[in-house]
Design a protein around this ligand. Structure first.
Ligand code: KG4
Ligand code: ZN
Length: 339
């Protein structure tokens, strides 16, 4: 089965072609236009998707040596995401599927991330503990099967990636926050003690206290430089990164101590973080549990994961029609159950 998949939920336009669950081509075009605004501007994002989606589809078909008539199924992200951006990919996908008279699959973006580890040769094994750490979501989940996903916890305020982005902007490291913080952290030391939130619900996350602590520290650092002669911005970045990553690791360790999982998969943009990855490797070695982190091109937003998710759902016997619509929130069109 040949699948054409489209992802346009935020600031990456991505098109992939898959043969069943094998990726033939995965093209990603990142929108540079947002850099000068320090964050994603929704309307500019929609326009940029509109300009690039057709050339990208043509290029993906050409690179995979597949004619459009040979496509068996078309998939596109339907949500959650920026509504204008979503509509571009979704409408394009529906029209394309209709024009070649093939089925269309709307895919939940977060479900795409959750199963992105299955794009790797070494796949997660069910039941797997999944930590989704993206720019918009932080979720801890129990993946029991492709259609049985239980939410154990989520952030009560900022998402992990959002915290990286906001702190980066705050301390003058700009956009994109996560990669910039990681880069500068390598030049600094993590000796500043920033707090990790303690919450009543044991699997939930919170980043607002950490963000405020960094803000206060930075304000004092800039207004009283004489007191901070031994401290650099890189040290602040590095100390923030340590606290942000430890907050995630704490919950992962708690979950595997309370329930038996056959593997752990950490997915989404923040999964690209090398400190997080090294801590996960340590856990894997120490606890003898399989850890699956998607390759870099599958951590951030990509259409390959959307195609794979459509393939999984098709294999489960699901069908959709062309009437499907875009949705902005997580718990629409999803197999994730809140526990
Ligand atoms: O999954 P993703 O590409 O888009 C969403 O669905 O949100 O995640 C983007 C997020 C951004 O917040 C970005 O700052 C963060 O992932 N990110 C990172 C790194 N690379 C991207 N955060 C920490 N370290 C990184 N290396
Ligand atoms: Zn994403």
């Amino acid at each position: 089965m040949k699948i054409l998949a489209i992802e346009t939920s935020c600031d990456e336009t991505s098109v992939a072609v898959l043969e069943n669950d094998e990726v033939l081509v995965n093209l990603i075009s990142s929108q540079e236009i947002h850099k000068k605004f320090g964050g994603v501007v929704p309307e500019l994002s929609s326009r940029a998707h509109l300009q690039i989606v057709l050339p990208l589809v043509k290029s993906a078909l050409k690179k995979s040596h597949i004619k459009k008539e040979e496509i068996d199924l078309v998939a596109a992200t339907a949500g959650p995401g920026l509504i204008g951006a979503l509509l571009v990919g979704l409408t394009f996908g529906k029209s394309f599927a209709y024009s070649i008279n093939k089925p269309f699959f709307p895919v939940n973006h977060i479900e795409g991330h959750i199963f992105s580890g299955f794009l790797m040769d070494e796949k997660p094994e069910y039941p797997f503990l999944c930590l989704v750490v993206s720019g918009g979501h932080t979720l801890l989940l129990n993946g029991e099967s492709p259609v049985k996903i239980f939410q154990l916890g989520s952030t009560i305020d900022d998402a992990a990636g959002e915290a990286f982005d906001k702190v980066s902007k705050l301390i003058g490291l700009g956009y994109p926050g996560g990669p910039n913080i990681e880069k500068q952290s390598k030049l600094g030391k993590d000796f500043i003690d920033f707090p990790i939130a303690k919450l009543n619900s044991k699997y939930d996350f919170s980043y607002s206290g950490l963000k405020t602590a960094v803000l206060r520290y930075y304000q004092d650092f800039t207004s009283h430089p004489e007191n901070y002669k031994e401290v650099s911005i890189n040290d602040i970045a590095s100390s923030f990164q340590k606290a942000a990553v430890n907050a995630l690791i704490e919950k992962l360790l708690l979950a595997i101590s309370e329930k038996d999982f056959n593997s752990i998969s950490v997915v989404g943009g923040v999964a690209a973080n090398s400190l997080l990855q090294s801590k996960l490797k340590e856990i894997g070695d120490k606890k003898k549990i399989k850890i699956v982190i998607p390759a870099l091109e599958y951590c951030g937003d990509n259409a390959a994961m959307i195609g794979l998710r459509a393939y999984q759902l098709f294999s489960e016997g699901l069908v959709y029609d062309y009437e499907t619509n875009a949705f902005p929130s997580l718990h629409n069109n999803t197999f994730i159950t809140k526990q």
